[in-house]
Design a binder for this molecule. Structure first.
Ligand code: P6P
Length: 337
C-alpha cells in the first residue's frame, strides 16, 4: 500500500501541480489545521477538562455560549493573528470582525469560522465540528471593514471543516476537488485518507428536523411527504432519515455516502431567511459539496451566488445529492414560490 501523505505534502504537491495554493494560503490552511488539533484536545477531554456546560454569556445570535464555543474561538483567533497571512477574521461567536493587531503584518486573506458547530451536542458526547471559509481581501488600499467580507461564496479561496467524532477528520477544498485527512494521534499529524471525494447524484437518505414540519413552505412539505410515502408514493422508493443536529456531522455523512440535508425557511420567523448562517456555515459547506459533485441551494437559488448584506446573515439550506436538490428546486418553481 502506498505510504499515505501528510497535509503539508498534499498542499505542496497541489501548489506544484496547479499553483492553486499560494504560500500565504498554504500557511493559513496549516495554521487552521493545527488549531483544530488543539480544539480536538479540549473537546476530547470532556468532563475531565472542565470544558463542558455553558459559559455565562450569549453570542450575537442571542444563543447561550458553551464553554467550548469560547475556547475554540480563542484558539482560532490566537493561532491566526501572528502569521502575516490574514487581514481579519469573522466568527459566529463575535459580534464584529477581529482585525489583526498592528504589531503583526497584515496578509491578503480573510478568515471566517464557526468555531464549534453543533454545540447542543457537546454535553451529550455527539460529534461536533469547526467550519471555516477563506476569502481574498479584494481591496488593498485601506483598512479592513465588515464590507470586505460581504463577498458571494463563489469567491472563496478555500473552505473546510474538522469533525470531532470517533475519528478527528479534516475536510478541505481549495477549488480543485475535496480531500479528507484523518488525525494520526500518535504522530500528531493530518494524514490524507480520501482524495477526490464524490457525492452520489441519487440517494435514499434525507436529513431534516421533522419536528418543524408544520412550519415549512408547501414545496418542502411536498418533497418530504413523497419521501415518507416511499414505494407507495410517486418516488416509488423507500427513504431513510437521519438528523444529528450537527451540520458538520450530517454533511460529513453526505460526503461519505450521499444524501440530502435540509434546513429550510419556516414560518416561525418569516423575516429570517433560515436558521443557518451564510458566511461561515452555508458558504463553506456549499463550496465543499459542489466541489464533490453535489449542489447547495437555499431551496431556489445557488448558495454560492448569494451576495451577503451582513456578516451574520442567515439562509435556508438544501444541499447534497444533485438529483434530489434539483427536485426540491423544481418543486419551488412549480409552486411559484
Ligand atoms: P435544530 C447547530 O446548532 C446548528 O447550527 C447546525 O449545526 C444544525 O444542523 C442545526 O443547528 C440543528 O438545528 O433546530 O435541529 O437543533
Amino acid at each position: 500500500m502506498s505510504s499515505r501523505i501528510s497535509l503539508t505534502q498534499y498542499l505542496v504537491e497541489q501548489q506544484r501541480q496547479n499553483n492553486s495554493i499560494p504560500p500565504q494560503l498554504r500557511l493559513l490552511i496549516e495554521v487552521v489545521a493545527r488549531a483544530c488539533k488543539r480544539i480536538a484536545i479540549s473537546v476530547n477531554k470532556g468532563a475531565l477538562g472542565d470544558v463542558l456546560g455553558s459559559a455565562d454569556s450569549e453570542n450575537v445570535q442571542g444563543e447561550v455560549q458553551k464553554k467550548l464555543d469560547i475556547i475554540a474561538n480563542e484558539v482560532l483567533i490566537e493561532a491566526n493573528e501572528w502569521g502575516g497571512h490574514l487581514a481579519a477574521m469573522g466568527s459566529e461567536e463575535m459580534d464584529s470582525i477581529h482585525l489583526v493587531p498592528n504589531r503583526f503584518p497584515q496578509g491578503e486573506y480573510l478568515l471566517l469560522f464557526d468555531p464549534l458547530d453543533g454545540s447542543s451536542n457537546i454535553d451529550v458526547n455527539v460529534s461536533i465540528g469547526t467550519i471555516f471559509s477563506v476569502l481574498r481581501k479584494v481591496n488593498n488600499h485601506r483598512g479592513v471593514s465588515e464590507e470586505d467580507f460581504l463577498q458571494p461564496g463563489k469567491q472563496q479561496a478555500a473552505a473546510g471543516y474538522c469533525i470531532y467524532g470517533p475519528q478527528t477528520t479534516l475536510v478541505l477544498t481549495v477549488g480543485d476537488g475535496v480531500a479528507m485527512f484523518t488525525l494520526d494521534r500518535e504522530m500528531g499529524s493530518w494524514v490524507l485518507t480520501e482524495d477526490n471525494v464524490r457525492i452520489p447524484a441519487d440517494t435514499k437518505e434525507f436529513a431534516i428536523n421533522m419536528s418543524n414540519l408544520r412550519h415549512w413552505a408547501p414545496p418542502v412539505k411536498r418533497y418530504i411527504d413523497e419521501c415518507l410515502a416511499g414505494t407507495t408514493g410517486p418516488r416509488e422508493k423507500d427513504f431513510n432519515m437521519r438528523w444529528i443536529a450537527s451540520m458538520v456531522a450530517d454533511v460529513h455523512r453526505i460526503l461519505c455516502r450521499g444524501g440530502i440535508f435540509m434546513y429550510p425557511w419556516d414560518a416561525r420567523e418569516p423575516q429570517k431567511a433560515g436558521k443557518l448562517r451564510l458566511m461561515y456555515e452555508a458558504n463553506p459547506m456549499g463550496f465543499i459539496v459542489e466541489q464533490a459533485g453535489g449542489l447547495a441551494t437555499n431551496g431556489k437559488q445557488r448558495i454560492l451566488d448569494i451576495t451577503p448584506t451582513k456578516l451574520h446573515e442567515r439562509v435556508a439550506v438544501v444541499l447534497g445529492s444533485k438529483n434530489e436538490v434539483e427536485r426540491v428546486t423544481r418543486y419551488h418553481l412549480e409552486q411559484g414560490d
